[in-house]
Design a protein around this ligand. Sequence first.
Ligand code: NAG
Ligand code: NAG
Ligand code: NAG
Length: 408
Amino acid sequence: MRAISLIIALTAAISCKAALPELRFAWKQIDYIWDSSAQRETAVQNGLFVQANNLPLGLARWKNKLFVTVPRWKNGVASSLNYVDIDGAQDQPLKAYPSLKDNLVSDTAESLPSNSSIISVFRVFVDPCDRLWVMDSGLADIVGSPNQIAGPSVVIFDLNTNKLLHRYFFKVSDMKEDSFFANIVVDVDKDTCDNAFAYIPDLGGYGVVVYSLKQDDSWRISHHYFHFEPLAGSYKVGGIEFHWTDGVFALALSEPRENGYRTMFFHAFSSTKEFCVSTELLRNYTHIDKNEAFHDFKLLGDRGERTQSSASYYDTNTSVLFYTQINRDGVGCWNSNKPYTPGNNPLLFTDSKLFEFLNDLKVDEEGILWLLSDKLPRFLYKSLDPNEINFRIFSIKASDAIAGSTCE
Ligand SMILES: *[C@@H]1O[C@H](CO)[C@@H](O)[C@H](O)[C@H]1NC(C)=O
Ligand SMILES: *[C@@H]1O[C@H](CO)[C@@H](O)[C@H](O)[C@H]1NC(C)=O
Ligand SMILES: *[C@@H]1O[C@H](CO)[C@@H](O)[C@H](O)[C@H]1NC(C)=O
């Protein structure tokens, strides 16, 4: 009798608990699909592949492909732009995109082998027109012997044909001395694919670059709100303390408003505040009075202490902004129909082991939230243990993730 009522009590407790993300991919170390084992061996011998230096960072889903980026933090990254098969094995090797030949570039190269070559990418974006947008920083071996192989550029691929559509190099006026471009979001509708705008945050130079596909031109936007907060630059993750000055990094786009323009939510990495601005202003910035436009950038509010966030994504189905919680090993959310207060920004999941440095997140077309954790501070300041799982990708339906929380 007692055993039965205990089982009933346990079942009730489990079914009341909010759903947890499901582990989809897990790796101790990253490897790739090579043309042959001889090719891999040669790459290891001549330093094109140093396995311990390959850390996954960004993700995006398109159909059966889950794109996974591997930036060239250190030397010996074999391929920066890759994907895995969603229905494939949990620890499958990454497949280079569009090909291994386009990605297998020496850290000491002096130029891009071809326009479909990718040097180093942090984040990618899949648009509703079946295109993959890649922000290629062009910089190899960032923390070792940095080598700017090519200028920063936006690279666009057709996902149906895997062919390069276009590569656009930033202008000198788009950049500052400490510029670093690591993220990209795309503003476009399914039925007007040629009228696309990309917004690219400059986390080192505190600006946002706008790129118009139709005009094949770009311009730079500056604002105080793109800077970091001096008192919010300290982190402690995985037992490691570090101090970062990263400015604007996370950008997220709402659905189009009545006037046809989306709202762009944005925040600096080293900050606990969220801001927003209309994309109308971003698009028209070259013609408008900058002084008047200053007040069109709005403070939404503050999430509270230790809520620094590396990435955010707005889910149009639930009207919820999801974001990573670096100092709290988890995921936070905000329902955009509610005031922006700490109480309306709950921590949905937290786990210091599974979510040690949740680096990127995205919601796909089917309403599934994808999360990638990668222990970045250990990788940068100590080293990863190749005998334990270091990189994980999870998924959960966005509406299940918020069920029972104030984001619902
Ligand atoms: C690469 O792209 C640039 C900029 O779009 C263009 O000027 C150049 O001709 C392209 N090079 C090749 C080899 O296609
Ligand atoms: C932005 O540009 C569009 C097209 O040129 C124009 O119709 C609109 O009034 C402009 N908006 C602002 C705020 O300047
Ligand atoms: C949209 O959200 C509702 C709940 O808010 C959920 O039931 C539905 O499955 C979601 N649809 C998609 C496509 O995510």
